[in-house]
Design a protein around this ligand. Structure first.
Ligand code: IMP
Ligand code: MG
Length: 188
């Protein structure tokens, strides 16, 4: 697996450090922004499957009361690595019918075209939460991603296809503990 990697962009230690810092920032923001008369509780909505490892690490660094409801959005990479569309997988969405009174934090692995995050937000907004914040592990340096509003970004990366720490290529490489690029002969 390691020999399929061209270059390590972000290593394990850098990820852990940044996830810790981001969690501290999110915690401080929520404590400041949420109504003082309520105990601070956050509702995490991770978008499967790519955010799995990120959310597992991030949530353990958030010293807040929380609930978690996963959501599955499929993007269609087709035969290339560029996403062409996104749809919510109804059967795999564990969102309650109503999110009234809840402060939601949507978590995704990577902001690329922005379709996945936009679709997730629409689905969540329909359920009328008290507030919604968005958080991504990675944001690609391309106009569509840079113009998509997002509250928290762990890392901005070049517009390259990456794998590891939850991100896949044809469902593989998610378990790499770092984020890296694939060798060119593997990519379409
Ligand atoms: P978007 O809908 O185009 O913003 O793409 C988001 C989804 O596409 C992510 O949740 C990933 O599953 C997938 N994706 C986009 N870029 C990459 C990449 O570089 N590596 C792995 N998956 C990616
Ligand atoms: Mg994917």
């Amino acid at each position: 697996m390691r020999r399929d990697i061209e270059r390590v962009l972000i290593d394990k230690r850098a990820i852990a450090r940044r996830v810790g810092d981001l969690a501290a920032q999110i915690t401080a923001d929520l404590r400041r922004e949420l109504p003082a008369d309520e105990p601070v509780e956050v509702t995490l909505v991770p978008i499967l499957t790519g955010s799995l490892i990120f959310v597992a690490d991030l949530m353990r660094e958030l010293p807040l009361k929380m609930q978690i409801h996963v959501m599955s959005v499929t993007s269609y990479p087709g035969r290339s690595t560029a996403s062409r569309g996104a749809s919510v997988e109804a059967g795999l969405t564990r969102l309650p019918e109503s999110l009234a009174g809840l402060h939601v934090l949507v978590i995704d692995d990577i902001l690329d075209s922005g379709r996945t995050l936009r679709l997730a937000l629409e689905t969540i907004q329909h359920r009328q939460p008290a507030s919604v914040r968005t958080c991504v592990l990675l944001r690609k340096q391309r106009p569509e991603a840079m113009h998509t509003p997002v509250d928290y970004v762990a890392f901005d990366i070049p517009d390259e296809f990456v794998v590891g720490y939850g991100l896949d290529f044809h469902q593989r490489f998610r378990n790499l503990p770092f984020i890296g690029t694939l060798k060119h002969d593997l990519l379409p």
